[in-house]
Design a protein around this ligand. Structure first.
Ligand code: HEC
Ligand code: HEC
Length: 177
């Protein structure tokens, strides 16, 4: 009887530890939630990275989706049905709707009443990347738009922007001597 009690206690403790391990791992790995919608990835990931929804507040996604015919100089229009599906995915997972560290920081840094259309214009982003919109690619004359997150953060679509994962275009892993 006592052995049975001991065993169940042990099991409860082990399960608890396993759960804790899991959730801290989760928090460590992701700065924002990963992209988890195939339709969004297909429709909005063909010209550039499918930006994780947790990088912009809901009002920004809404405004972007209202102006797809003139989307940063490109026509990115989709059918109304598709637009509504994208809208609900983006809204439900927007930076002001979820509880991820970088989502909170992005939102907190946007002055009240502003609706940025670019992640790369948000003050917290600027704080991390400087004021330039483009950076020079090391060892070439080329320039890279800061909107190309995945070029430096290979796990951007998975929502991970850790320093130790950084690669610098033309240079490789950032921490290589
Ligand atoms: C036809 C190509 C194309 C499609 C399709 C497209 N985009 Fe874009 N998008 C662009 C271009 C070009 C830019 C500007 C990139 C730059 O400045 O380097 C851009 C920029 C953006 C930015 C701002 C990036 C930043 O922080 O500077 C967001 C957000 C964005 N797109 C969201 C979307 C969403 C949401 C969809 C799907 C509805 C979508 N895009 C589909 C071409 C496209
Ligand atoms: C040209 C390379 C480059 C591009 C492109 C780029 N980043 Fe970064 N990013 C950096 C560097 C360098 C840092 C600073 C790392 C540090 O000092 O911790 C950084 C830091 C960050 C951080 C903070 C990480 C932390 O743990 O503090 C976030 C979040 C981030 N970037 C998101 C983005 C997003 C989103 C995009 C695209 C819209 C993007 N970055 C585009 C190079 C880049």
């Amino acid at each position: 009887m006592r052995t049975a009690l001991f065993c169940s206690l042990l099991l409860i403790i082990l399960l608890g530890l396993y759960g804790m391990g899991n959730s801290s791992e989760h928090a460590r790995k992701q700065d924002v939630a990963a992209v988890a919608n195939a339709q969004y990835r297909a429709e909005c990931g063909s010209c550039h990275l499918a930006y994780p929804p947790g990088l912009l507040p809901g009002r920004s996604w809404e405004k972007l989706l209202q102006q797809l015919a003139d989307h940063f100089g490109e026509n990115a229009e989709v059918q109304e049905e598709v637009r509504q599906a994208l809208q609900s995915y983006l809204q439900n997972n927007a930076a002001d709707r979820v509880d991820y560290q970088k989502s909170r920081k992005m939102v907190a840094s946007i002055p009240a009443g502003q609706t940025p259309l670019r992640i790369s214009e948000i003050p917290y982003f600027r704080h991390e990347h400087g004021e330039n919109k483009e950076v020079k690619v090391y060892g070439s004359g080329e320039k890279l738009s800061l909107a190309r997150c995945e070029q430096c953060h290979p796990l951007a679509e998975q929502g991970s922007f850790h320093e130790h994962e950084l690669r610098l275009p033309g240079k490789g892993a950032a921490n290589r001597p």
